[in-house]
Design a protein around this ligand. Structure first.
Ligand code: SF4
Length: 328
């Protein structure tokens, strides 16, 4: 169902003529590694190394890995450009090819009480945004597609950490329709306190994010309060070039003024075993991907919150302001 754009892949490699390619695939597409390597080797003179490291998002560019291996091109599947990187990168978005018309029609039932709809999608579904808009308009809905903003490469695109386009126009709509997966729809629900409906073309489902949002908000309040009550707090700075959200030093200075003991930590991947080893640090603030603390809540045995949540701990925001302005 994914479009691997083999012609574009080979054409671009021939033009760039790299000696060594580092191929990065998201976890769900890693099974295609062998086929893609075979295709490249059959049609070009380039050698390919597949990165076996996780690739969690468009931010997760294996720059150090490529430099250490002396690769001269990174090919990143499944993502659009995210930020400026001073290294040759070929992005192939891997659009998802399936009809979603029946799912859009199904979403009308969930949207029956809402007339003004903010419409967004993940990069895999950018080509379906206009179809969705047309069907919804034919059913008397007023559609608002947000402008390109922040890390989004296209108008209407959302990432798990990027909803600023939607936030810009949030007064125009009453509900949000997300074409993508649960991760993107939950992000929208945590960014903007309005009705969010997911169209999931992969699992062929349509559902509201209300219940999941309520559960996550309860979890976040618990985690934030635990960090508030900690004496010794670790602030995690991520080494990935695309995962720097907010200022670790701003948080550190404010916490120290509140008589907390603070340790700055550097990590590539934030995992529970690393946090457990830091046994005398009670809780953590991660300034990496803002979704790590949310998605891995049940995996962490110590409280972990993201940068925006830490603003409540240092009294820059109240809980109400955080949930109104968004956890992501
Ligand atoms: S920072 Fe997190 S949500 Fe944003 S692109 Fe990276 S992995 Fe996805």
């Amino acid at each position: 169902m994914y479009k691997f754009e083999e012609d574009k892949l080979i054409k671009e490699i021939k033009e760039k003529n790299p000696k060594l390619i580092l191929l990065q695939l998201p976890e769900g597409l890693k099974k295609e590694a062998f086929n893609l390597v075979s295709l490249i080797k059959k049609n070009t003179n380039s050698e390919v190394i597949v990165s076996g490291e996780p690739c969690w998002g468009a931010c997760d560019i294996a720059l150090d890995e490529a430099k250490n291996l002396k690769a001269d091109l990174i090919i990143l599947y499944g993502h659009a450009p995210f930020m400026k990187i001073n290294f040759p990168i070929l992005y192939i978005e891997a659009r998802y090819e399936t009809s979603i018309e029946f799912l859009i029609k199904k979403s009308l039932k969930e949207l029956k009480d809402y007339q003004k709809i903010g419409l967004v999608c993940s990069v895999q579904h950018m080509h379906q945004l206009e179809t969705a808009k047309k069907i919804l308009q034919e059913n008397n809905k007023e559609i608002f597609i947000p402008p390109k903003k922040g890390f989004a490469f296209y108008p209407g695109q959302v990432l798990g950490c990027e909803y600023n386009g939607l936030k810009l126009i949030k007064d125009k709509f009453d509900a949000i329709l997300v074409i993508g997966n649960d991760f993107h729809a939950l992000g929208a629900a945590l960014a903007i306190p309005k009705k969010v409906i997911l169209i999931d073309p992969f699992n062929k489902e349509v559902y509201s994010m209300d219940k999941k949002r309520d559960l996550i908000i309860r979890q976040r309040i618990i985690a934030i309060n635990k960090v508030k009550n900690s004496r010794r707090i670790g602030i995690i700075i991520d080494n990935k070039p695309g995962q720097h959200f907010g200022s670790a030093y701003h948080i550190k200075n404010k916490l120290e003024n509140m008589e907390k003991e603070v340790v700055l930590l550097s990590m590539n991947e934030i995992t529970d075993d690393k946090l457990v080893n830091l046994y005398n640090i009670e809780s953590f603030i991660e300034t990496a991907c803002p979704r790590i603390s949310v998605e891995d809540y049940s995996r962490f045995s110590k409280p972990v919150i993201n940068y925006r949540e830490a603003l409540v701990v240092i009294n820059d925001l109240t809980f109400d302001e955080l949930f109104e302005q968004g956890i992501v």
